[in-house]
Ligand binder design. Structure first.
Ligand code: NAD
Length: 346
């Protein structure tokens, strides 16, 4: 476990289980959580944990055993200084094992909804709060440019937790989804894709590429379709030095973490593309964790995600425009100011 900062509250961050996770990787992610929580105005610091293990080579019993051992080992610092959550290869059942062994109900968020303590209960990750936040970050960016989402076209890379919910909320709000992809390819249809049909196709055929009408896209081609807003919601570095010149979007909302390097982000900014950085756009998940942490209900999640993301996205974009600095730099400034202010109060 790396605890990066606790000036605003206990360090918050997930536990990832991969064979290659390192202290350096965990430390970078912990720092990112410090800024993400500060930008979302949550009374949390930044932290992260890694367990070096190959989940594919473990039986479920072994995996849960590891989580339980980890929960016990962290008792001296968790939940007083660190509050855990799911991350790569850990989900609600892993949080159950961790919390049961730790003994403190608030030692982790992302618990199953069936776990209770008084009125407090787990809030599942599958609620769609991150996609809801990405939708509001896109709406705020459009507003910042004086545009209305209902007149805009969208392309989304990824149809998982973040991408599918973002697609649902954006289309419900009247935006036109013209392209979508997953790991097996994608589809581009200028007249607009039907969200419900996409869900059915993904369920029946395993990929959104089987949509039927429209142009099939190969892996990676989605970044170059003509759409006003591009939302990366899958992997890191989808826009890179080889393909950056192909981007046609006017707005990029980073649903995925680090979907491009900082150098590429700077270049696109200089070309006039409005970029909402990952640590503000995808903060819906951690905001929902906060509601779970304070014993709130699922119905409290969406209004708070909307309020925090709209307000802070606009704040970041306004400061970026005023000071003529990239949105990431503006976002970092705001987050750092808040952490410093928290530190003074300590
Ligand atoms: P997920 O596993 O649910 O979905 C990932 C999606 O990406 C899948 O549809 C998969 O098919 C697709 N994909 C994989 N490789 C692809 C490729 N080469 N081209 C196109 N699509 C590809 O994951 P998720 O939870 O939706 O997370 C997506 C990103 O968002 C990650 O960067 C994650 O760190 C970030 N994120 C997620 C959350 C959350 O609450 N789930 C919160 C913050 C950030």
């Amino acid at each position: 476990t790396v605890i990066d900062n606790t000036a605003l509250g206990p360090a918050k961050g997930g536990i990832r289980m991969t064979p290659t996770v390192s202290v350096e990787e965990v430390a970078r992610l912990a720092r990112a959580m410090t800024w993400k929580c500060a930008l979302a105005e949550l009374p949390f610091g930044g932290g992260k944990s890694g367990i070096i293990a190959d989940p594919k080579k473990l039986s479920d019993k072994q995996k849960q055993g590891l989580m339980a051992a980890f929960g016990t080992a962290l008792r001296p610092i968790c939940p007083s200084l660190y509050v855990a959550a799911p991350d790569i290869s850990t989900g609600e059942e892993e949080m159950r094992s961790f919390v049961t062994a730790n003994g403190a109900f608030h030692s982790a968020t992302g618990k199953p909804s069936t776990m209770h303590q008084g009125k407090a209960h787990g809030i599942p990750h599958e609620l769609g709060s991150t996609g809801w936040g990405v939708y509001h970050a896109a709406a705020a960016a459009a507003k910042h440019l004086g545009k209305d989402l209902r007149t805009m076209t969208i392309a989304i890379e990824g149809f998982g937790n973040v991408g599918s919910f973002a697609a649902q909320y954006l289309t419900e709000a009247g935006a036109k989804l013209v392209a979508i992809s997953d790991s097996q390819g994608g589809v581009y249809l200028p007249s607009g894709l039907d969200y419900k049909k996409l869900v059915k196709i993904k369920k029946d055929e395993g990929t959104v590429a089987a949509y039927g009408s429209g142009k099939k896209l190969k892996n990676g081609e989605i970044i170059s379709v003509p759409a006003d807003i591009f939302i990366p919601a899958a992997q890191a570095d989808v826009i890179n030095s080889r393909n950056k010149h192909k981007v046609k979007a006017k707005i990029i909302v980073q649903g995925a973490n680090i979907p491009m390097t900082y150098e590429v982000e700077q270049e696109l900014y200089k070309k006039g593309i409005l970029i909402v950085p990952d640590f503000i756009a995808n903060a819906g998940g951690v905001i929902s964790s906060y509601i779970e942490y304070i014993g709130g209900a699922e119905r409290d999640v969406f209004p708070m995600v909307q309020e925090r993301i709209v307000k802070n996205t606009l704040l970041v974009l306004e400061r970026s425009a005023q000071k003529k600095i990239p949105p990431r730099a503006a976002a970092l400034e705001i987050a750092q100011e808040r952490v410093k202010k928290g530190k003074k109060k300590e």
